[in-house]
Design a protein around this ligand. Structure first.
Ligand SMILES: Cc1cc2nc3c(=O)[nH]c(=O)nc-3n(C[C@H](O)[C@H](O)[C@H](O)COP(=O)(O)OP(=O)(O)OC[C@H]3O[C@@H](n4cnc5c(N)ncnc54)[C@H](O)[C@@H]3O)c2cc1C
Length: 429
């Protein structure tokens, strides 16, 4: 490949104690806890709103938050106070626009500096120590210097650019779980009744589709995924649907991502057309929106000081630096099939996420939180859900503040101190 050499001086727009890149569930937890810990905190986000997959990806419900306390419980309480929660069976769902507004308010109330419409471009590293970030936005290229940088990009972009090592996908072939473009519909006479979930093996919508196939004499139509679901959102006759899986695309390649978005939209069009034509419950339904970003289930897993293993999960590992307990099952949407591996295939016990899984090897003054932390393929398929990501973020922000208070690097910090501080702040471990 031909190359072009770039040499230019970049203006430094700000000096911070803590810089958080990515405003999804992990970034929200990180920025709030760092700022509440008394540190001058900047949160950088490519969109004009926070929430990551919750908002840009239209992902609902909020899984695995019930045993966390802390910031994720605060978010749930505040959504409830605004009356903007609902449920699909036992699953907790929330209104997406309310989530955006609430997260803004929480940041402002906690004095986090929010920089929207800004794309992370590179990590400033000096002698294996992260010192800041380069970003691009309407104002041009800018540098922000930070004493601790927290990578909450989901994809581990900041750590990867800093030179941290990482793994991707299954051990034997590197294949990742499919992406999915979520979509929201309204005016339906249907939302999935998750109380039927066990009887229909979680496949109520698929069951209706099968019925339509038989009734209308149609060819079998699997929509690319055999366990579609339509989850109830607050507001009548409104829900988000998860079924349009895109496989075989690399989430870290912009050309592949572009193709995945286009493919996803076609799949959504097919699905909505099918619903309206063949399922009476959808006769008058309408497509409200697709996600601003196709949902990426899986990409980099940054190699940390500790890697969560399948054995840890099967044994229900507990650590003195366990920052939260994850109880969500191993949920693998097959990279090369139309199904979802049964959660019961891996009879896991609730397990601790160790603080050390948030500390990348080799690069100092850097933490990761969210789905890009250090774990094996199967572990990632469990801890990637949003309740756990917020808790990891809270741990990373708490750790950053403690590091600065005690003049230690994240690697030197004893994770037990993070656990203690999180407990004082209402988290459960
Ligand atoms: C289709 C799908 C369905 C899912 N269903 C559920 C579910 O039902 N319940 C559940 O709890 N979890 C679910 N998950 C998992 C969950 O949504 C994610 O694993 C979780 O959101 C990860 O949180 P995060 O904060 O690490 O990353 P994200 O939510 O991806 O947030 C990352 C943030 O960083 C920003 N960002 C990324 N790169 C840059 C950059 N270079 N510059 C600036 N900003 C950047 C993004 O815009 C985003 O706001 C689902 C995931 C997918 C893909």
């Amino acid at each position: 490949m031909n190359t072009y050499t770039e040499t230019r001086e970049i203006p430094i727009f700000g000096y911070y104690d803590v810089i958080v890149v990515g405003g999804g569930p992990a970034g929200v937890g990180s920025a709030l806890s760092a700022s509440r810990g008394g540190k001058k905190t900047l949160l950088i986000e490519q969109y004009g709103f926070l929430g990551g997959m919750w908002t840009a990806g239209l992902v609902n419900p909020l899984f695995d938050y019930e045993n966390k306390g802390g910031i994720v419980q605060e978010i749930v309480n505040r959504i409830n106070d605004l009356g903007m929660n609902s449920s699909s069976g036992q699953m907790y769902t929330f209104d997406i626009e309310t989530m955006k507004l609430l997260l803004d308010r929480m940041m402002i109330q906690s004095s986090v500096d929010l920089l929207f419409h800004t794309y992370f471009a590179d990590t400033i590293v000096d002698n294996k120590v992260a010192k800041g970030v380069l970003v691009e936005n309407k104002s041009g290229r800018q540098a922000y210097m930070g004493k601790i940088i927290i990578d909450c990009t989901g994809d581990g972009d900041v750590a990867a650019r800093a030179g941290a090592s990482y793994k991707i996908g299954r051990d034997h072939d590197g294949a990742v779980q499919p992406m999915t473009l979520m979509f929201k519909m309204s005016n339906m006479d249907y939302v999935q009744n998750y109380n039927n979930f066990p009887a229909l093996n979680g496949n109520e919508l698929y069951f209706l589709m099968k019925q339509a196939v038989e009734r209308e004499g149609l060819p079998d139509y699997q929509f690319n995924f055999t366990r579609p679901c339509m989850l109830r959102l607050p507001g009548s006759h409104t829900g988000v649907c998860q079924m349009t899986h895109v496989r075989g695309r690399n989430p870290l390649d912009a050309w592949d991502l572009s193709k995945a978005e286009i493919e996803g939209r076609e799949l959504v069009y097919d699905a909505v057309t099918y619903f309206k034509k063949y399922l009476p419950q959808f006769k008058d339904a309408q497509l409200d929106q697709t996600g601003a970003h196709i949902g990426i289930r899986e990409s980099r897993r940054i190699t940390g000081e500790y890697e969560i293993t399948l054995k840890d999960m099967l044994e229900g590992a507990r650590f003195s630096d366990g920052i939260c307990i994850c109880k969500f099952g191993v949920d693998i949407h097959q990279p090369d099939g139309n199904g979802q591996e049964e959660i019961i295939r891996y009879p896991i016990k609730p397990y601790h996420i160790s603080y050390r899984s948030l500390v990348p090897k080799y690069i100092d003054h850097l933490l990761v939180a969210g789905r890009c932390i250090s774990g094996c393929f199967e572990a990632h398929a469990s801890y990637r859900v949003t309740g756990d990501c917020v808790a990891m973020g809270q741990a990373a922000g708490t750790a950053a503040a403690l590091c600065l208070d005690t003049n230690r690097s994240p690697r030197e910090l004893d994770g037990k101190l993070v656990v203690e501080q999180m407990r004082k702040d209402g988290a459960l471990q």
